[in-house]
Design a protein around this ligand. Structure first.
Ligand code: 5AD
Ligand code: SF4
Length: 443
């Protein structure tokens, strides 16, 4: 390469995708490409797509369409790459080929490590590159990653999902469950700690079904709890049907395991849960929450809820509202059901009208916000350790960080270094965040 090419990655979707983008950035930097913040000045633009809901598809195509003019003007001097979950769906790739033939490189979720090669081939052969792999067992290790924060990092522990919830596209786009070898994970975490990482978030669609050689998920947490330098361990996402007593016990025994759990419920109606193929009942979910809270009273619990699943009646929805009121979540991601081509629920004829979905959505958000605000008010007067992420974008002289229980905390301070852990007395609370004052020097 004669001149240094610049690149920009736009990421849609979940933490998995964010981490995939960090890996792509790491590989490109290693190859001598330079990251830039402004998409309009980059020689190479990469879109890492998400397929979980329809509006993610729409946003992607909308943003991609805006690049056509630049591509027409700059031709080979400007490279457009698209990758991620959407590319694992044949009808999307067909749509790209027919309507966006000017895209240079297309690849999927299973062959992201091929990006540098695909770019080399594009420049050498002067030919478009399309490479989508079907689900493969192999896991590629030792890929470099360019982290967003110096002091915290995502760590993939498994890929794919075997659960086939009837509304969800993920098992089709990310493939079957594959767990990484625990020793590869531990090795990676040691290297991260050496590089200044204090907090790791273990990622998987269903971390509770992690099955590494000789270690289940909880064993892995115990192993990682021993890594010097790492001070906080988080994980995402837990399927309620697989959450073990052994893991609940680990919250008490592993001092680094943060007291926060994301436990998607999706619906509070037994009928809907069955049709969603979630494999637990409302009662089983509620007893699980009770068991967790009994063992770890200060734990924060968040969830995912879908409203307007096909056939959801007013009574089903009332069950969801009732469950949310009973659990008193710290926070929740609420979603309008979105039809995903190829999933069983998409074929149903009893789809819910959009206006009903929206109306239910708003009612649910009111219930969730009320419990979030209540939980947050409970922190007033308490002292919590906050890991500082950065100077706040919102207000001069304030910093933002997260408590052990994943609460966003805004605090007033001076000369605080990113990545330090500071004790903060909580003085104020609202629905989505806390405010506080530092009470001692940094740790
Ligand atoms: N429609 C709406 N929400 C969905 N989710 C997954 N698939 C769909 C869909 N088709 C939500 C679930 C999941 C979260 C990541 O996205 O709540 O837990
Ligand atoms: Fe989708 Fe269900 Fe797997 Fe989560 S557990 S990724 S909702 S199929």
């Amino acid at each position: 390469m004669t001149e240094k090419k610049t690149f920009h990655i736009t990421t849609f979707g979940c933490q998995m995708n964010e981490h995939d983008s960090e890996i792509m950035a790491g590989m490109l930097i290693e190859k001598g490409y330079e990251p830039v913040e402004d998409r309009d000045t980059a020689n190479i633009v990469i879109f890492n797509t998400c397929s979980i809901r329809e509006n993610a598809d729409k946003r992607f195509f909308g943003t991609l369409g805006q690049l056509k003019r630049r591509k027409t003007e700059e031709k080979e001097a400007f490279t457009v790459c698209v990758c991620g979950c959407m590319m694992q769906q044949q009808h999307i790739v067909d749509q790209l080929k027919s309507k966006y033939p000017w895209v240079d490189v297309v690849f999927g979720t299973h062959n992201l490590h091929k990006l540098p090669n695909l770019l080399d081939n594009l420049y050498k052969e002067k030919k478009k590159q399309l490479e989508i792999w079907e689900d493969r067992d192999a896991i590629v290790e030792d890929l470099p990653a360019k982290r967003l924060f110096k002091h915290k990092s995502f760590v993939n522990i498994m890929y794919g999902c075997n659960n086939f919830c009837s509304y969800c596209i993920v098992p089709y786009t990310r493939g079957r469950e594959r767990s990484r070898n625990p020793f590869d994970i531990v090795k990676e975490v040691y290297a991260l700690a050496k590089d200044g990482v204090k907090e790791i978030t273990l990622l998987g669609q269903n971390v509770n079904s992690y099955k590494g050689e000789g270690a289940d998920f909880t064993d892995l947490i115990y192993m990682l709890n021993e890594v010097d330098g790492i001070q906080r361990i988080r994980f995402m996402t837990s399927h309620p049907k697989d959450l073990s007593d052994k893991l609940i016990e680990a919250f008490k025994k592993c001092d680094k395991l943060c007291k926060y759990i994301h436990l998607p419920v999706q619906s509070g109606s037994d009928k809907v849960l069955k049709e969603m193929n979630r494999k637990y009942t409302r009662e089983a979910y509620l007893s699980l929450v009770e068991k967790i809270r009994k063992a770890v009273p200060e734990i924060a619990i968040s969830t995912d809820i879908i409203v307007g699943f096909p056939g959801e009646t007013e009574a089903d929805f009332e069950d969801t509202l009732d469950l949310a009121r009973q659990v008193q979540y710290d926070s929740a991601f609420t979603f309008l059901y979105s039809t995903r081509k190829g999933t069983p629920a998409a074929q149903r004829e009893d789809q819910i009208p959009e206006e009903v979905k929206h109306q239910r959505f708003n009612r649910l958000v009111d219930v969730i916000n009320e419990s979030s605000a209540g939980k947050n008010r409970g922190y007033i007067g308490k002292t919590v350790d906050v890991l500082i992420d950065s100077v706040s974008r919102n207000k001069i002289g304030t910093y933002e960080g997260r408590s052990d229980s994943f609460k966003l905390v805004n605090l007033i301070g001076k000369d605080i270094v990113d990545g330090s852990i500071v004790p903060v007395k909580i003085t104020g609370a609202n629905t989505f965040s806390l405010t506080g004052e530092i009470i001692k020097n940094t740790k």
